[in-house]
Write a protein that binds this ligand. Structure first.
Ligand code: 8OZ
Length: 378
């Protein structure tokens, strides 16, 4: 019987275990949207995971929607990510780059002068994002109204994904994960509730899945299917994306295409991202069968749920997101059945080392707690 702690292969990527760090946005990229030196320590600390999925990383200037998120489309980005991937590899880990285009979840202050966010639609999301505050920190703001991409612009977006995948490999990543989830650009095309186009990229399941299929094709042509994965969230309402009645057909078509291309993995958010796991009306097992390849599950998994999912064959690997923020040694804590620390929401997005690279491993946390108890008794 397979266990969560056994080696697992995702296409060309060989993992030491089935514990995956889910992508986590942390808004700490430095000037030029290049990962900071702190990012090297942050990812290295967590490299015991079988696979690290990087924070969502924009593929182009228009792909950015939050302040201080990193990019993967310039020589500076490649140079900035290289020490991160080298540190992870030196620690025995694997890391893929999550390729991100936010679509309409953006704000004009983050985009090149004169540009609007782009989407499948000109309808606003009603969602909010994180921009630079007056105090230089991070603050919430309503997303700017988008414009619909013209049909003749879409090939350029696909080319941006392809270029970013090449940059990711040049930066030493083991592969990429296409961010097809959480109400961002690709989901803005997939969802009938958002996509109001009358061209070949809207309407039917075939039309609404066209962009993500073209993106998969382009990336696979560039770096190979064995190094390409995709994250989907078929029923999440995140970022103004109401679930569709025909979600099963739409996401089933995405999975079938991923199968045809021999993608390394699919990572699936079960339920509402970061929220309820109840997903009445969607058959995730059927989606898994439609893909037929390495299957990573995500969303609120405990140690026991993760072990059970792998033991029963419901998944090949399990992605843990927020638990990795406060537990750099989460793998060890899962293996040893040690308690998990929480994390501070206030230091999640933006800032420096605090709440990023200063969460202690188990022993240090125990020593700290003991020292605190002793000083309280003297
Ligand atoms: C939290 C804050 C900002 C972005 C996602 C990339 O939901 C994100 C994200 C999450 O996929």
């Amino acid at each position: 019987m397979p266990t969560l702690f056994d080696p697992v292969r995702l296409g060309d990527i060989a993992l030491a275990n089935g514990i995956v760090m889910a992508p986590l946005t942390r808004n700490r990229a430095g000037d030029g949207r290049v990962p900071s030196a702190l990012a090297i320590a942050y990812y290295r600390q967590r490299a015991a995971a079988g696979l690290l999925i990087s924070e969502a990383t924009q593929i182009s200037p228009l792909g950015q929607g939050y302040v201080d998120t990193p990019g993967i489309y310039t020589a500076d980005h490649v140079a900035g990510w290289q020490p991160v991937t080298a540190a992870v590899h030196a620690a025995g880990g694997r890391i893929v780059c999550q390729l991100w285009h936010v679509g309409r979840i953006s704000h004009v202050s983050l985009l090149p002068p004169g540009e609007l966010p782009v989407s499948s639609t000109a309808q606003p999301s009603g969602s909010r994002t994180l921009i630079r505050g007056d105090d230089g920190g991070v603050t919430l703001a309503g997303c700017s109204p988008p414009r619909a991409l013209r049909t003749d612009e879409i090939a350029g977006v696909v080319a941006d994904y392809r270029h970013a995948a090449r940059c990711a490999i040049d930066a030493g990543f083991d592969g990429v994960e296409i961010h097809g989830a959480n109400g961002y650009l690709l989901e803005q095309f997939l969802r009938a509730s958002i996509n109001d186009r009358s061209d070949a990229y809207g309407g039917s399941v075939e039309g609404r899945t066209r962009l993500v299929r073209e993106v998969m094709n382009a990336i696979v042509a560039e770096i190979g299917g064995g190094r390409t994965g995709i994250r989907v969230s078929p029923v999440t309402p995140s970022n103004g994306a109401p679930p569709d009645d025909d979600a099963q057909a739409t996401y089933g078509a995405v999975a079938a295409h991923a199968r045809q291309l021999g993608l390394a993995f699919m990572e699936v958010v079960e339920g509402a991202t970061g929220g309820a796991r109840d997903f009445a009306g969607f058959d995730f097992a059927a989606l898994k069968s439609a893909f037929g390849g390495p299957w990573i599950v995500n969303n609120g998994y405990t140690r026991e749920m993760g072990m059970e999912a792998v033991a029963t064959g419901a998944a090949n690997a399990v992605a843990y997101g927020r638990p990795f923020i406060g537990n750099p040694d989460l793998v060890r804590r899962i293996q040893g059945d040690l308690p998990w620390a929480g994390y501070n929401r206030a230091t999640c997005y933006g800032g420096g080392a605090e709440g990023y690279t200063d969460y202690p491993e188990w022993e240090a946390a125990q020593q700290h707690a003991q020292a605190g108890a002793q000083s309280a008794t003297v």
